[in-house]
Design a protein around this ligand. Structure first.
Ligand code: GLU
Length: 412
């Protein structure tokens, strides 16, 4: 069996969209080429005085529809190809949700858990300083992703602002509220995954009350998804982290509190699960909300869920996709399901530009409007073209970028 990289996955999804849209080979060349790639060395002085070198990346995949936009990932496995793939997905995600952005992604190949708070700060600041010439509120706007959070965004905003000589809140999104962050940004990705789940249940004719859910990943996305779904009346039956899963807990708050105090999911009365056992539970909804490559040719055959809602970016390989499509499982693809994060990032950037801040009700209602509009567009496209939801979502996103390219023309 060949292993598929995230870049293989993203390129094959783009290839398919280009075919379905009957775009030209020239369009494929334009759409499959990242516009700007930067690799930087990030030296870190550890607390013990040692100096270590880390690789940092920033990829601006597209700036055709506006400044590029996307998160910064701290993960030991991140490399240039993975960053390109994730920046490509951001491009289609922003186009699908019709945000005035291109797509970007960045990261450092580091395990953030091995860093002290002061080391994390120094690494974040040096990385920001290395990519400083290409970011900015009109150029490219970073945000949190796997392994980073609002603290990292505060340091990035400060490093950029100190160098500019004045405060520039709009250079990053996902900031703490007091620094110009938006209400509702922390839970936004999970809230969007929950909206997608409720809509997918409607399409499948399943009552959300008491519908069962398994969530792979209990981080920023998985946790807020679980909370939102529980509030909608669904039953979260299992969650997992990198070490494995757990089922049989009473509710999300119980297992989250245990997780925060003990660092594991083994709350008394619950049963341990392997990652594969979690993926193969007989539930209504399966939500991969961790990393790429969760649903593959190998893991897909055992999946029993009726609906898969992709909280993570690129959790399903093309091989896995073929299996779940054959099984008739409805998949709400990543670029739709997890777009709540970048949608509220967009609101944050707009608020920063205007120095006028919205109430949490305004944020939630505007998020809901954009999610619902995008969802309907994908649902209709899938129905009218008789394609999968992933193909439909990519067709809409890719077509918007291709049209923008055509209208801008080629310089010189
Ligand atoms: N990292 C998130 C994503 O993959 C959010 C990006 C953003 O807010 O710019 O969509």
């Amino acid at each position: 069996m060949t292993t598929e990289s995230t870049l293989d996955t993203a390129r094959s999804q783009l290839r398919r969209a280009v075919e379905l849209l009957q775009l030209s080979e020239n369009d494929w060349q334009t759409l499959s080429t990242p516009r700007r790639i930067l690799e930087v060395a990030v030296p870190l002085r550890r607390d013990n005085g040692n100096v270590e070198m880390y690789k940092g990346f920033r990829v601006q995949y597209s700036t055709t529809r506006g400044p590029s936009k996307g998160g910064v990932r701290f993960h030991p496995d991140i490399n240039m190809d993975e960053t390109v793939a994730l920046a490509m997905l951001m491009t289609w995600k922003c186009a699908l949700t019709n945000l005035p952005y291109g797509g970007a992604k960045g990261g450092i190949a580091v395990d953030a858990h091995t860093l002290s708070l002061t080391e994390n700060e120094r690494l974040t600041r040096r990385y920001t300083s290395e990519i400083l010439p290409i970011i900015g509120p009109e150029r490219d706007i970073p945000a949190p992703d796997v392994g980073t959070d609002e603290r990292n965004m505060a340091w990035m905003m400060d490093t950029y602002s100190v160098n500019a000589g004045f405060s520039v809140p709009g250079v990053v999104t996902g900031k703490p509220i007091v620094l110009g962050g938006s209400l509702g940004r922390t839970s936004a990705t999970g809230d969007g995954v929950a909206i997608s789940t409720i809509e997918a249940l409607r399409v499948k004719g399943i009552d959300p009350k008491g519908a069962t859910v398994a969530i792979q990943g209990f981080g920023k996305v998985g946790y807020w998804t679980a909370i939102a779904l529980e509030n909608f009346g669904l039953k979260i039956v299992a969650v997992s982290d990198v070490h494995g899963g757990s089922k049989g807990f009473k509710n999300v708050t119980e297992i989250w509190d245990h997780y925060q105090t003990h660092g594991n999911l083994n709350v008394p009365g619950s049963d341990k699960l392997t990652q594969d056992e979690l993926l193969h539970l007989d539930v209504d909804v399966l939500i991969p909300a961790a990393l790429s490559d969760a649903i593959t040719e190998k893991t897909a055959p055992g999946i029993k869920a009726k609906i898969i809602v992709e909280g993570a970016n690129a959790p399903t390989t093309p091989g896995g996709d073929a299996v779940i499509n054959d099984k008739g499982i409805l998949v709400v693809p990543d670029i739709l399901a997890n777009s709540g994060g970048v949608i509220v990032s967009y609101f944050e950037w707009v608020q920063d530009k205007q120095n006028y801040f919205w109430t949490s009700a305004e944020v939630k209602s505007n998020l809901n409007d954009i999610m619902m509009r995008s969802f309907k567009e994908v649902e209709e496209m899938a129905k009218s073209k008789k394609v999968s939801w992933r193909e439909a979502a990519h067709m809409i996103g890719v077509a918007r970028v291709a049209e923008a390219h055509r209208l801008r023309g080629l310089y010189p």
